[in-house]
Ligand binder design. Structure first.
Ligand code: G3H
Ligand code: 13P
Ligand code: ZN
Length: 332
């Protein structure tokens, strides 16, 4: 058993309280490899932004849980080396799907875990979330839960309102589970194809897809039921068209990839939404940079020569999100 405190990490409690009060959101960036982690820490240190490092179950399987844990610990030291005196870094399990996985992360030095029971029947979601909360809180580890199902590309986002979080359930859910934050569904979804073309309109000038707006009425209703309670948005990549264009022009194939417009995320950041999850945008930046190097220099085979530019582009992306979208710069 290792406490996150020994690793120099922090949980989300104070981060979220300050973010809600200050009208900004904490970036939650997923990482699977060293370059992503370096880019996240460099961006956070240079902007003095609190940051959440997210590890999914898939990332644990890909990179090895022990290695990821020590990488996060190393990230704290790296941040200090970059001149960030008091780094506010949280290590968070993204989309935990069982009590055992969450417990293992708590025991392994994570400072926050998500238990995602959103696909379960309501009472089962409550029971599982409560079990995780009871364990995690013994060690001061904070817990994110989820209520409402994020739309997939197969769902009719505009018409299937039943997937959105039901505001009438949130008081009961938060009270009975004791969770520290709640991920809700208001129209975001995971990946680079958040909406089907038929759910969007097209900008006549650019021919680009324009997605339907997020359900801010649902967010408002949730905030009214749970004033000041930390709300989380998953699936919040914007799928920057410059990266999609770069990927496509250097031999990739991402037709009609579309994300959440940044103005809407900026608006959400000013509310009780205090954690915004971004993974796909980093994947796109990485891939765009690597494809460019390979297309321009097919003879290149030193990974530093293509992972380096990928890391630089991701650093730029993370700084942009922190400064221009979430507003968390200068808050740590
Ligand atoms: O919400 C999902 C995250 O983007 C993590 O994705 O399970 O492929 O690591 P992953
Ligand atoms: P994106 O796929 O929009 O980046 O969402 C990431 C996420 O929600 C991780 O939990
Ligand atoms: Zn997610």
């Amino acid at each position: 058993m290792v406490s996150f405190k020994e690793l120099g990490l922090v949980n989300t409690r104070e981060m979220f309280a300050k973010a809600i009060k200050g009208g900004y959101a904490i970036p939650a960036f997923n990482f699977n490899n060293m370059e992503q982690l370096q880019a996240i820490i460099k961006a956070a240190a240079e902007t003095k932004s609190p940051v959440i490092l997210q590890v999914s179950k898939g990332a644990r399987n890909y990179a090895n849980q022990t290695l990821l844990r020590y990488m996060a610990q190393g990230a704290v030291e790296y941040a200090k080396e970059l001149g960030w005196e008091n780094p506010q870094i949280c290590l968070h399990l993204d989309h935990g799907d069982s009590f055992e996985l969450c417990k293992s992360c708590v025991d392994f030095g994570f400072s926050s875990v998500m238990i995602d029971g959103s696909a379960l029947p309501y009472e089962e979601n409550i029971a599982l979330t409560k079990q995780v909360v009871e364990y995690a809180h013994k060690y001061d580890v904070t817990v994110e839960a989820e209520l409402g199902v994020l739309a997939g590309v197969e769902d009719e986002v505009q018409s299937e309102e039943s997937h959105y979080t039901k505001p009438e359930e949130v008081i009961d859910f938060a009270t009975r589970t004791g969770c520290d934050s709640l991920a809700i569904s208001i129209g975001t979804s995971h990946g680079a194809y958040k909406f089907k073309p038929e759910q969007c309109t097209r900008d006549p000038k650019t021919g680009r897809l324009v997605p339907p707006p997020l359900a801010f009425d649902v967010l408002d209703a949730v905030m009214e039921k749970l004033p000041g309670f930390p709300i989380v948005l998953h699936g919040s990549s914007s799928v920057p068209q410059e990266y999609v264009d770069m990927i496509n022009s250097y031999g990739g194939k991402l037709p009609d990839a579309v994300g959440i417009p940044e103005e809407q995320l900026r608006q959400a950041s000013k509310s009780a939404v205090c954690k915004i999850n971004i993974d796909s945008d980093s994947r796109l930046a990485f891939t765009a940079a690597v494809r460019k190097v390979f297309a321009e220099n097919p003879g290149e085979f030193d990974p530093r020569k293509y992972c380096g530019p990928a890391r630089d582009l991701m650093t730029e992306l993370y700084k942009h999100k922190i400064i221009n979208v979430l507003g968390s710069d200068g808050k740590a």
